[in-house]
Design a protein around this ligand. Structure first.
Ligand code: HEC
Length: 165
């Protein structure tokens, strides 16, 4: 009657169940993280996007004010433009979620490299347009361009990033 008592059954099930639960608790059932430290490029692209985001927020904050500082907006747009240049260099093969890293970079980045480059190009163009408009002193045009700039973020995130926030 060895298997009749539930308490004894648990002893046999536990070694199977506990690792299984551990796997299920892991982020969305992705593959296990590769051995070793994450490649430094993951932190580099994270910092780059955070800075892009800070600049974008700074532009929006200016536009919410009574008299937006167009020089500050121009400077933020220049920084976004320069950081946009670096995006393509921040995604070497094997640094996506499918490789097991803790990242929001979807496999589509490497499956559709031309579309990813086009999305990067769109950010370059929209940030350059923002620079030009801010330099021209046309606050209304700058205000309209912020939607285009935000659209360039969303355009890429929709296809290539896990969460869109
Ligand atoms: C060409 C594609 C692309 C464009 C354009 C783009 N992003 Fe991203 N963004 C990504 C990807 C991919 C990630 C996920 C990176 C990762 O997790 O490794 C990301 C992550 C982020 C993050 C999270 C930072 C992190 O790594 O945790 C923020 C914030 C962000 N983007 C803001 C923006 C803003 C704001 C814009 C537009 C001004 C923008 N992005 C434009 C692709 C893009």
């Amino acid at each position: 009657m060895m298997f009749a008592a539930p308490s004894k059954r648990l002893v046999f099930i536990a070694p199977v169940l506990i690792p299984l639960l551990a796997v299920l608790a892991g982020c969305g059932g992705e593959t296990t993280a590769p051995a070793g430290d994450a490649p430094p490029v993951l932190a580099e692209r994270h910092d780059n996007f955070e800075a892009i985001s800070d600049n974008f927020k700074a532009i929006r904050a200016q536009l919410e004010g009574e008299s937006p500082d167009l020089a500050a907006i121009e400077a933020a747009a220049i920084d976004i433009n320069q950081r946009a240049e670096r995006i393509s260099g921040h995604f070497p093969e094997g640094t996506g979620r499918d490789a097991g890293w803790d990242t929001e970079a979807l496999p589509t980045i490497w499956e559709k490299p031309e579309e990813f480059t086009a999305a990067q190009q769109k950010l370059l163009e929209e940030s350059a347009a923002m620079m030009t408009l801010a330099a021209s002193g046309d606050a209304a045009a700058v205000g309209a361009q912020v939607a285009e700039l935000g659209g360039a973020c969303k355009n890429c995130h929709d296809t290539f990033r896990l969460d869109d926030d």
